[in-house]
Design a protein. Structure first.
Length: 131
């Protein structure tokens, strides 16, 4: 049986809601839905592009702590509050994953946990699979 590693970013929400930023089981890493929230609880970025870039940086830190890298990512899911703002999130995804090309789902028209959040992103990685 594979060991489980829970990765925390230390936010108050993780303990309150009972979740981890990421979980690694064997060579698979699942990264929770991630918003553009900094260590002080403030939203970073004024549009979907800026928020997405910040989110991808947070996801990369969680992957690194789990022993993975961005090129290990095989699936992403992007949720935007307004589907007309999809392009900024997609452009950020293309900049980060253009040569990696994980499968991706982009869904719009959702309400996130606060009015300033425009995008939330999940990722899944498989460590050590040759490209």
């Amino acid at each position: 049986m594979a060991d489980r590693m829970n990765i925390s970013s230390g936010t108050k929400w993780e303990s309150m809601a009972g979740y981890s930023r990421a979980v690694r089981v064997g060579n698979v890493v699942h990264v929770a839905g991630t918003t553009a929230t900094d260590e002080n609880g403030d939203v970073v970025g004024k549009d979907t592009y800026e928020q997405s870039i910040y989110v991808f940086q947070k996801i990369e830190r969680a992957l690194k702590e789990a022993g993975a890298i961005l090129s290990d990512v095989v699936r992403t899911r992007i949720y935007v509050t307004d589907i007309t703002m999809w392009e900024g999130a997609a452009r950020a995804h293309g900049e980060v994953f253009g040569s990696i090309r994980p499968v991706n789902t982009l869904i719009g028209g959702l309400q996130l946990v606060g009015p300033d959040y425009l995008v939330e992103i999940e990722a899944e990685a498989i460590i050590g699979v040759p490209r």
